[in-house]
Design a protein. Structure first.
Length: 346
């Protein structure tokens, strides 16, 4: 009887293994392990809030239910973390990176500091499409977009680094709309920019509305800040009275820049990726767990509490968005190089 029982167990185990080897091997691998999320920005910002919320739930959707930890690796607009993920992180399925998506564009444009190939990351997905906006401290005395465009004083725009929406979006507006502004790069993340705005160190900043609501919740609720413009294809439901940048474009060249900017800093702004060479079975498990997390009622309740929006993009679409950057026309690449590449970066 014992022999029969053991034989039966062995047969069913083999059937389970061959029926779904990914799950079987995944359970063996992930049980008792810890998945590390590496965020390219400092604690307290939008990327950090999104990642910590996801990390609290994603482990239960992986076979073996591993634990999760979050590590912040700020610097150069998350470029340090992107390069780390590509070159140094072990491709074993235990490290997930979260950096700003337009860094892939920087690499396509020839930024020598971006030492990765965006086509080789193991893309996992994006939790939500973003919506770039520019927000001003009310003390700046610039309450509308029209007044910004005609302002005599040049407002200072707090930013992280080229390749981030905080730096690239205002540069696009300056070029396309002749908006008076001075980009002040060098902040470690949006949390630091928010503090700089509170202190009057800078007048404004441009980044995602999703992240802004998470990072600057208190300032927005106290009506200390005003959103002046949306750099997006269509208005966000919560910002129907805020004009789109496209409304102020007067030439075809300006419209093209605004169009590219609206697309570039929306869908793939906050992607999650695994290092190149991550085993396909483990990458597939991470991709599956990510999407399951996005549908998890407990996660969605947690996300609502954190005031972050969830509108996920799966791994296939994320990979396509970045792959298409490598197919841009040479003329488009040349124009973006002049506008967005830091001096001396080629």
């Amino acid at each position: 009887m014992k022999i029969f029982t053991r034989l039966t167990f062995l047969v069913f185990s083999c059937l389970r293994l061959f029926a779904n080897p990914m799950i079987a091997f995944g359970e063996d691998f992930y049980a008792g392990k810890t998945v590390r999320f590496v965020v390219g920005f400092s604690p307290g910002g939008g990327y950090d809030i999104y990642t910590r919320t996801i990390a609290r739930h994603m482990g239960k959707h992986l076979p073996g239910k591993p634990t999760s930890v979050v590590e912040n690796m700020p610097g150069a607009g998350s470029l340090i973390s992107a390069n780390y993920l590509y070159h140094r992180a072990k491709p074993d399925g235990l490290t997930i990176g979260n950096f700003i998506g337009p860094l892939v564009l920087q690499q396509v444009l020839g930024n020598k500091a971006a030492t990765f190939d965006g086509r080789k990351f193991g893309w996992i997905g994006v939790p939500a499409s973003d919506h770039a906006v520019c927000i001003f401290n009310n003390t700046a005395g610039i309450p509308t977009m029209k007044q910004w465009l005609s302002a005599n004083r040049i407002p200072k725009i707090g930013a992280v680094a080229p390749g981030s929406n905080t730096s690239d979006v205002p540069r696009i507006l300056k070029e396309a709309l002749n908006a008076p502004l001075q980009v002040v790069d060098g902040y470690k993340g949006t949390a630091e920019i928010a503090l700089a705005m509170d202190a009057g160190e800078v007048d404004a900043s441009c980044w995602s509305w999703l992240g802004m609501k998470a990072t600057m919740r208190n300032q927005l609720e106290a009506n200390k800040m005003t959103v002046l413009v949306q750099v997006a294809v269509a208005s966000h439901p919560e910002l129907k009275t805020v004009p789109l940048a496209m409304e102020f474009a007067t030439t075809e060249a300006a419209r093209e820049l605004i169009r590219v900017g609206s697309l570039m800093y929306s869908s793939a702004l906050r992607p999650y990726a695994a290092p190149p060479g991550t085993p396909p079975d483990r990458l597939a498990l991470l991709q599956k767990a990510f999407l399951e997390t996005m549908r998890d009622p407990e996660f969605l309740a947690d996300a609502k509490q954190a005031q972050i929006e969830i509108d996920p993009i799966d791994a296939v679409e994320t990979e396509k968005i970045f792959a298409d950057l490598y197919k841009m026309k040479p003329a488009t690449v040349s124009k973006l190089q002049d506008l967005l590449l830091p001096k001396g970066s080629k």
